[in-house]
Ligand binder design. Structure first.
Ligand code: NCD
Length: 304
């Protein structure tokens, strides 16, 4: 494994994903000083709670220190600075760059300007590869494996970058089936269904959640991505499309596990949190260990 940058899940190999999952498991609860003296820059030009704070927690837990931009309004990007200039400067300050940006393709653009370790923490509606690594790690821990499982993505499959990234990673394994459940307006982009067809992964698309509940092993619930809609009227038409209540969850198997990258709005009622099926908060915790694994190894590959 010689990777130093991660912009998309599309170029991850099975060996890499398995390696990062093993590393995350080893680092679980075990802080290290592997990155002692290193500086991680977290450049977040879109809102975030979990991704930024879990990256920063992970950086501290592998011994690095952190510099951050948490709000684009406080950075020179709001003065019209180009991404190229921003990245060229930050790479002079920091040893590792973590970036979230509102534009699809911005992570691929950023790595044109730096060779240093770089992690895409979400580029608009496009990709969120570190989330998908913590998601696959969570599925493995919760269900004992990925092969043979039926995984259902529910909600905003059009704009949900976590859905797009995890779909790529699932093709490295042998799930029984992927079910995409969404309103017609929010279907997963054809690029992804086309890719599944090419790779011979069984999938279906439907809008009927209740009918599918009995056959699902893993639900990947998502928020309707309000910030990506052209108008509030369009968002209001689709908000509340799917809501997981205890009644809906009981239509499924007892072994069902429910994941959600968070934040949630109304798509999972709080009463579901008390059910053993809910894995969302364990999933958030797994994010710290996965990001420790990523920071540690990308830096190791570049600096040694
Ligand atoms: C997701 C994101 O930012 O894409 N959140 C996260 O990183 N945990 C999902 C979302 O915002 O709905």
């Amino acid at each position: 494994m010689d990777r130093t940058q991660l912009t998309t899940s599309a170029d991850l190999t099975r060996e890499e994903v398995d390696f990062f999952m093993e590393e995350a498991e080893t680092l679980r609860g075990n802080n290290t000083d592997d990155l002692k003296g290193r500086v991680v820059a977290t450049l977040f030009l879109e809102p975030s709670t979990r991704t930024r704070l879990s990256f920063e927690a992970a950086a501290h837990r592998v011994g690095a220190s952190v510099i951050t931009i948490a709000d684009p309004k406080t950075s020179s990007v709001s003065k019209g600075e180009t991404l190229a200039d921003t990245i060229r400067v930050i790479e002079k300050y920091a040893d590792i760059i973590v970036m979230r940006h509102p534009t699809a393709g911005s992570a691929a653009e950023a790595v044109e300007y730096t060779k240093k370790p770089f992690l895409n923490a979400g580029d608009g509606p496009n990709q969120h590869p570190t989330q998908s690594l913590l998601d696959i790690y969570t599925i493995k821990r919760e269900c004992g494996g990925i092969d043979g499982k039926t995984i259902a993505f529910i909600g905003d499959l059009k704009y949900g970058r976590t859905v797009h990234s995890l779909t790529y990673i699932l093709t490295l394994y042998s799930p029984d089936k992927i079910i995409f459940i969404s309103p017609d307006e929010l279907k997963v982009p054809e690029k992804y269904t086309q890719m599944l067809r090419e790779k011979g992964i069984n999938f279906e698309e439907t809008s009927d959640l209740n009918a599918k509940m009995p056959e699902i092993d893993v639900i990947y619930m998502t928020r309707i991505q309000r910030e990506r809609f052209e108008s509030d009227a369009e968002y209001n038409k689709l908000k509340g499309s799917y809501i997981l209540t205890p009644e809906v969850v009981k239509l499924g198997r007892e072994s069902l596990r429910i994941l959600h990258p968070l934040p949630r709005v109304d798509e999972i009622t709080p009463a579901v949190d008390e059910m053993p099926q809910s894995a969302c908060f364990r999933q958030a915790e797994n994010g710290v260990y996965m990001r420790m694994a990523l920071l540690k190894n990308l830096a190791k590959n570049f600096y040694s």
